[in-house]
Structures are given as C-alpha cells and as structure tokens.
Design a protein around this ligand. Structure first.
Ligand SMILES: *Cc1c(COP(=O)(O)O)cnc(C)c1O
Length: 431
C-alpha cells in the first residue's frame, strides 16, 4: 500500500467533505473505469440500457485517515461502541448502477433529510465477524452466507442487489486496512456491519432511485465479558415479532425497533429477552434477535436437538445453519465431536410451549439456547411463561454439554484452529 501512497493526486471532489479533505487520497487501482461506471452499456439499436455496472472491487479508491484513533484496551471494549478508522461506501443509482467503492476514513454520512431511509425504513443490515490469530492471519466466517442473505433482504424492499463475491472482496480489503484493530486475544474479534439504505431525496412511498451500501467495523470482546451467563426469557404472547407473510425472515431494520418495548417490559419483570411465540399453540420462533434451539431427552435415551423450521417468521441465521450442520455431521459419524452424546437426532420442526412445559415436568428438557453471530451460543436457564418459570439445567459452567460442544467447534473453525472451508482467509486480498 505504501507504493500507492506516494501518488496522492486527488481524483474527484469527495462526496463527503470533512474528514476526507484532510486525508491522504489514494488513486483507485484502475480509475479510468469510473467514466464507464457512470455511463452504462446501451443497446446499439434501441439505446436501452442493457446492463448496469455491478459492484467491482477492482475499482476501489482507498483514502487513508491521517488522524488514526487511539485504540482502546481490549478489556475496555463495549459491544458496538468502538469503530475502526475506516469504512466502505458504495453508492448506487437506478440509471447508472453501482458506483466505484471507496474505503475512506470512518465518519458521518451527509444525507438529505428527505432521504427515503428516514421516513419509510428502507434499511437492511448484516452482522459478521473477522478473527485475527497470533500469526496475523485474518479470517471471515462463511461470508457467502451473509452476502446471499443481504441480497435477499435487498430484493424484498426493492433495493438493488449486487455481486456478493465482490462485496466479500471489499470487506476483506476493509478488514485488512484496519487489521490492527482486530484484537488477537482469545474470544475477541472484529464485528462487521454491512448496511444498505435508500437515499433518494424525495418523500413518496415507492422504490428508491438511489441507495448507499456501507460497511463499518467494531472490535469486540466475548459477548459475555465475565464468562458465560445464561439468559432468562419471557415467553410473550402479548406481542409478535413476525407474522406469516411478513418480513421476519429478512434482516430489515424495520423488524427491530418494534422489539424494544417488549424487551424493556421483559427486563422490568426480571428477564433479559423475549421468547417470541406465535399463534394459538404458542409456537416458539426466536429468542430476542437470535435463533432458538432446544434439546430433549427421548424415551430411548437418545437426544433430539431441534430448532423451528425456516419460514416467514424465522430469520435464516448463519450460526443456526452452522449448528445444524455440525450436529448433523456428528450424528452421521462424518465429524464426531468429543463430549457429545453419540445418538443425536437433529430436527427442524414446529415447537410449541406445551412441548417445553411437558419436558420440564418429565425431566427431559436438557438444554435451551440461542444462536447468533454476536454471542454465537447463548444458553437459557429460565423461561417465564403464563405466570410461572420453567427452569432449564445449565450445569456449573453455565452451559450444557451440547451448547458447549457447538460453541467450541464453531469458534475453532472461526479462529482457524480447526481447518474448515467455512473459514475464509482475507490476507491475500489486493489493497
Ligand atoms: C441476525 C439474526 C439472527 C442470527 O443470525 P446469524 O446469522 O446467526 O447472526 C437470528 N435472528 C434474528 C432476528 C436476527 O436478526
């Protein structure tokens, strides 16, 4: 990168002034294509636009900050409160497609108050992590999954889709530019937040002519700073998180704000999160903003590990998918995991509160846990339901045997201790 830094010609007026005007500007690797970007291909006969430019990581302009922030000690990190020195931005326009990506100093966006995002919640996001180990290797975990889900979310609210492999390359560039921000301590990582918003400067409910994709990153510690603390859930029928035909299975910003009051109410009653139920049978869907797993002991002594099936009301979590695959590979004998009962049946099936109430009564309720990128596995030791608490055993370590085995296996893959195709090395990216 230092070779590039010697040539500091400013390429174009920065779209966001402020921080950038004081910064060193690096030329894009292939800047001439910027013109092409703004001038999409047209059919020679009809003049019709035939294909708008997609995201192209080769066209990235990198502008490094000239005032790097002081990095807080790992022990002082609060989840989601500290951001790295740089961010990625990629504007989109319906007539010109995706513009050139920019990696630039982290800072405020300059947005018109009329922008669609502020009025109709045209916003969606992803959550993923990068890990850096002692030898400096930086790894992403299953980024293809996040890219596919982000595109699915975008399509659902008429925002532009994009080449996910190209955005992954850009995220690799961003994390390598800010690699010194990734704590190397055990259990620490870089939380990556890709976001896509509608930026058309106009009121009126309709598809947006403009959008902005940006990615920001936070160094984060273990989600539960003082070891694994089980969480307590309030099974709620007063509110629903998502409904059939609704948008609960998409990572849209609009799904989250309405969950805060229910969460505050649960906290006021001494619980930490909501267990979201649906319908007359009180079907379990998700916990807070995590997917849900329950382990039951079966009559023949085997274990059933189950999670609600993917449908309109369940977010297709990458961690959920990973737990399922790890558990299935264990059950089939493909990759047995030490410490896990050999006889595990993995099922994606409808779960209702009666299943849990009965299992608690019979002593067959083994474990309940949530899964998500932030905490990976979060065990549950209590569920408040219809005026009573169901108590779930978590053992002295605050985590049952299945939860612990899943956590160790997934963290092992994420950090590279276990070789696995899910772990994607970022170091070889060109910046
Ligand atoms: C993000 C999210 C999850 C977990 O998804 P991961 O990909 O595992 O992080 C689960 N439920 C909801 C509602 C979410 O927003």
């Amino acid at each position: 990168m230092s070779a590039l830094r010697t040539s500091l010609a400013r390429l174009s007026a920065p779209r966001w002034s402020g921080a950038v005007s004081r910064a060193r500007v690096l030329p894009a690797v292939r800047t001439q294509i910027r013109t092409y970007k703004a001038d999409p291909a047209r059919d020679a006969m009809t003049g019709e636009i035939i294909q708008l430019p997609d995201i192209d990581s080769n066209l990235t302009k990198i502008t490094l900050t000239d005032s790097p922030k002081k990095r807080p000690a790992s022990s002082k990190l609060v989840f989601g409160h500290t951001f790295t020195d740089h961010m990625l931005t990629i504007p989109w326009n319906s007539a010109t497609g995706w513009a050139n990506p920019e990696i630039r100093p982290y800072g405020p966006l300059d947005l018109d108050p009329s922008c669609t995002v502020f009025h109709y919640a045209f916003t969606l996001f992803e959550g993923m992590k990068a890990y850096r180990n002692a030898d400096g290797t930086v790894r992403l975990f299953r980024p293809d999954k996040n890219m596919a889900r982000m595109n699915r979310s975008a399509a659902r609210i008429a925002l532009p889709t994009f080449d996910g492999a190209e955005l992954t390359e850009l995220i690799k560039k961003l994390v390598m530019v800010d690699k010194d921000w990734i704590p190397q301590d055990k259990g620490f990582s870089l939380y990556i937040r890709p976001t896509l918003i509608a930026t058309q400067k106009a009121l009126g409910v309709g598809p947006s002519s403009d959008a902005l994709l940006f990615v920001i990153c936070c160094p984060v510690g273990p989600y539960y700073a003082s070891g694994f603390k089980p969480v307590q859930l309030l099974a709620t029928t007063k509110y629903v998180r998502a409904t059939p035909g609704g948008t609960g299975s998409y990572k849209l910003g609009a799904n989250y704000a309405p969950g805060i009051v229910p969460q505050k109410e649960a906290m006021a009653e001494g619980y930490s999160q909501n267990l979201w139920l649906l319908g007359d049978e009180h079907a379990l869907t998700e916990v807070g903003t995590m997917n849900l797993f329950v382990a039951f002991k079966q009559a023949d002594g085997s274990v059933e590990l189950c999670t609600p099936p993917l449908d309109d009301v369940v977010l297709p979590g990458v961690t959920r998918d990973s737990v399922l695959e790890v558990a299935r590979d264990h059950a089939s004998g493909k990759t047995p995991i030490p410490g896990l009962p050999a006889d595990i049946k993995v099922s994606e099936r409808k779960l209702i509160m009666k299943d849990l109430v009965d299992a608690e009564k019979n002593g067959t309720l083994l474990e309940v846990f949530g899964t998500g990128t932030a905490a990976i596995i979060s065990s549950v030791d209590k569920i408040g339901y219809e005026g009573r608490d169901l108590i779930i055993p978590t053992g002295p370590a605050g985590m049952g045997a299945i939860s612990k085995a899943m956590l160790d296996r997934i963290v092992g893959i994420q950090t590279g201790e276990i070789e696995h195709e899910w772990s994607v090395v970022a170091n070889d990216v060109k910046i």
